[in-house]
Design a protein around this ligand. Structure first.
Ligand code: ZN
Length: 239
């Protein structure tokens, strides 16, 4: 089985379309939450994911947009964008978001937004947090997002190590792994191109991929929607 793994699309249709055009042959498309929030096209992104047959989990922004997650921890710009999103979501999008599970587990893969022990909110940013989370899932691989930074944490011989992956690089998954594809719609690792990965179950590899997209098209839509200026500007810097 080959999975395309996308996360943190954040209502950025231009970035999602570019990733779709870039996809190699795959069997399934998985999305690790934060489908909406920050960006200008929540309804269009959800309709596109439905057409693509994506299998998704819920992120903190998705829950906040439909009122099932408390946005109290959001910074002012994120909160403004969520309020805008909540006001513009159509019935189809609301129904889609409300049906998202917090955890998806199939074959040898678990998928969450934040972490397996706290799927909505926890950020896995260090080997110590990764180590604590290895006990919270029982498959070989756990896919996660939320930090918007591509990374692999692997446990071999009782040691947990972190590896950052360069674009086009295939990382061999030996031992149990926590794998983050980075963000499609709002990368934060200094590279503004859309980030995703292809997980190959047969070769046990994760191939990290980057795709250029029309950032200005998304920025124009954000300005037209009256979304916070800083949220549009950061897309150009990948921060
Ligand atoms: Zn996010």
């Amino acid at each position: 089985m080959r999975f395309a793994v996308l996360s943190d699309i954040h209502s950025n249709l231009s970035a999602l379309e570019a990733v779709w055009d870039d996809l190699p042959q795959i069997d399934e498309l998985w999305v690790l939450g934060d489908i909406v929030g920050y960006g200008p096209q929540p309804n269009e992104v959800i309709a596109a994911l439905q057409q693509m047959g994506a299998r998704s989990v819920m992120g903190n922004h998705d829950g906040a947009a439909i009122g099932t997650v408390d946005p109290g921890d959001f910074n002012p710009d994120a909160a403004k964008a969520i309020a805008w999103t909540a006001g513009i979501l159509d019935g189809n999008a609301r129904t889609y978001l409300a049906a998202l599970p917090e955890v998806r587990r199939e074959q040898a893969v678990t998928a969450v937004h934040g972490s397996p022990r706290d799927p909505i909110w926890e950020y896995i940013t260090s080997t110590s947090v990764a180590t604590a989370n290895l006990a919270a899932f029982d498959t070989a691989v756990c896919l996660f997002g939320h930090t918007h930074v591509p990374i692999v944490f692997q446990a071999t011989d009782g040691q947990v190590t972190a590896a950052t992956a360069r674009p086009g690089e295939k990382v061999g998954l030996v031992g149990r792994s926590l794998v983050n594809p980075g963000s499609v719609g709002q990368p934060r690792d200094g590279d503004p191109t859309a980030s995703y990965l292809v997980l190959d179950g047969e070769t046990a590899t994760a191939e990290f991929r980057r795709v250029r997209y029309d950032i200005e098209r998304t920025q124009r839509a954000m300005r037209a929607a009256g979304l916070p200026t800083r949220l549009a500007e950061r897309l150009a810097y990948g921060r």
